[in-house]
Design a protein around this ligand. Structure first.
Ligand code: SF4
Ligand code: SF4
Length: 501
């Protein structure tokens, strides 16, 4: 290791008039930023270690602390900006691939913010969600070609297994290992209370969470960690992970230092070994191979559970989705390029994939054109930030959305973007028992429930404003959307008109 020619990214400002040297910041910071000056009651801070997670700022009883971005910039220009130069210095020092967490932070277009929602005015009056029933329930899975009824009027065709959700939002895949036991407990409890699902990610299912099976989606990824008969049997649905929005085309890597205790038992790998999921599934090189795995999982669970295939949004996503629909999968989950991660190579996270809005519109249109839209449901994720994003996604053709970053924010995440270090001061992306304790699953699940109930109410209000009283009726209704500041090509792919038209 050479010298890192880097100034600290953040400055810790302590108001000495307010600081009572209580030591809260010293005890709370897992990055050891604050320390008592020897033989004094004075606290000093080492700016270079701070990641701006705001834990100390939030808990300081006298509000004496402030963290600011260091305005001492390197000699940057439009081509070589501060961050680019820093990254070169870091790699020259370490010789390694840069790792990052959470989603792509680059200033690329966020199409959700360039799409506006319609509202009824004179004709087709709005619906008041406080006074009239609004249906937010959705059913995910294959739709039967036609409904057949017997002489008694009862449905006699066999319905494929479906995922019933009380609202079109679920918690996306986050593995036990990448997030803590208490974070998983919060997600599982909240999913059960809300009548939605959470997702194990590729880390297996901890034995304590089998009781939440009716609200659990279990993942089968290329590493097959923690996959066994009871795991599949416990779930409401099974997800085959082919790709992830934050790192399309590559596998996963959880360092051996995080494979401890329950994490190693749940993943069924020895303590201290790196959990490396290969980039490809070694048994899948074609849609026919994927079909084999889809049907193996269906066979193993007696055709009682819908199978989801999750892919990253990439250039030819519409053709890929068409193939997946023909593979026998019940649901396709598409993860956009802003999707979060516990750790991904920075270059991959910031440069690979496409926006979820364009991917969703292209896939929905392709499946409609091919007459197979009813064969699968679509879940989208990768930076769904609010109820408005959910409504726009549904109008663009989604059956439901996955959220992860928003869920972590509800648990206390302050988006310091250093999950890969395992020193999450908020008890979320860590396996350190002292840090894990900081997240109380009761409080965590309550906050998730609050967030989802708030979104449910906003979804109803937005739908009511359009004069629409069910999520199913909104799905794919692109007439309810208008674009602003978009090119003809973007509008064409999104399948929406420009505002004013
Ligand atoms: S890393 Fe977090 S807790 Fe530590 S000094 Fe920075 S903001 Fe405070
Ligand atoms: S989960 Fe923790 S480490 Fe990751 S971004 Fe949020 S606060 Fe930071």
């Amino acid at each position: 290791m050479g010298v890192e020619y880097l100034t600290p990214e953040y400055e810790v400002l302590r108001n000495e008039n307010r600081c009572i040297a209580c030591g809260v910041c010293v005890r709370q910071c897992a990055n050891e930023v604050h320390a008592f000056l020897e033989n004094t009651e004075k606290i000093l801070s080492d700016d270079a270690k701070c990641v701006n997670c705001q834990r100390c700022v939030s808990l300081c009883p006298t509000h004496a602390l402030k963290i600011v971005k260091n305005d001492c910039r390197l000699r940057e220009n439009a081509n070589w900006d501060n961050d680019t130069i820093r990254e070169v210095y870091k790699q020259a020092n370490s010789g390694g691939v840069l790792l990052s967490s959470m989603g792509n932070p680059k200033p690329l277009p966020v199409y959700w913010d360039r799409i506006l929602i319609n509202a009824s005015q004179v004709t087709n009056p709005p619906i008041d969600p406080l006074r009239e029933p609004m249906e937010t329930r959705v059913f995910l899975g294959k739709r039967p070609q036609k409904a057949e009824r017997g002489a008694d009027g009862k449905l006699c065709c066999k319905l494929p297994p479906m995922l019933e959700l009380s609202m079109p939002v679920m918690f996306s895949a986050m593995s036990y290992g990448s997030i803590s036991y208490n974070a998983h407990a919060s997600l599982a409890r909240a999913a059960e209370a809300l009548g939605i699902c959470y997702n194990t990610g590729e880390g297996g299912l901890h034995e304590d969470f089998y009781v939440y099976g009716r609200n659990t989606i279990v993942q089968v990824a290329s590493g097959r960690f923690g996959v066994h008969e009871n795991y599949l049997e416990a779930a409401k649905a099974i997800e085959i992970k082919m790709g992830q929005g934050a790192k399309p085309g590559i596998g996963g890597h959880l360092p051996g230092s995080k494979i401890v205790g329950d994490v190693s038992r749940t993943r069924m790998i020895p303590e201290g070994t790196d959990a490396i999921s290969p980039a490809p599934h070694h048994d899948i090189y074609s849609i026919e191979d994927l079909r084999q795995l889809v049907y193996s999982l269906k066979e193993a669970t007696d055709y009682r559970k819908p199978v989801i295939v999750k892919v990253a949004a990439v250039h030819n996503i519409a053709a890929i989705a068409s193939g997946i629909a023909r593979s026998g999968a019940d649901i396709i989950a598409i993860d956009g390029f802003r999707g979060g991660t516990g750790a991904a190579p920075t270059r991959i996270r910031d440069n690979v994939g496409i926006p979820i809005e364009l991917a969703l519109a292209a896939v929905d249109q392709r499946l409609r054109d091919e007459g197979i839209r009813g064969d699968v449901s679509l879940i989208v994720g990768g930076s769904v930030r609010s109820a408005a994003d959910v409504v726009k996604a549904v109008a663009l053709g989604a059956d439901a959305c996955y959220i992860a970053t928003a869920a972590l924010l509800a648990l206390g995440c302050h988006l310091c973007r250093t999950c890969q270090t395992g020193r999450c001061n908020w008890g979320i992306a860590t396996q350190n028992p002292e840090l894990v304790k900081r997240l109380n699953p009761e409080v965590g699940s309550e906050r998730l429930i609050n967030l989802m109930n708030a979104w449910r109410h906003e979804i109803k209000e937005l739908m009511g404003g359009m004069g629409i009283n069910s999520v199913e009726a909104l799905r794919g209704n692109r007439l309810m959307l208008r674009g602003v500041g978009l090119t003809e090509k973007e509008l064409q792919i999104l399948g929406i008109a420009h505002a004013g038209e």
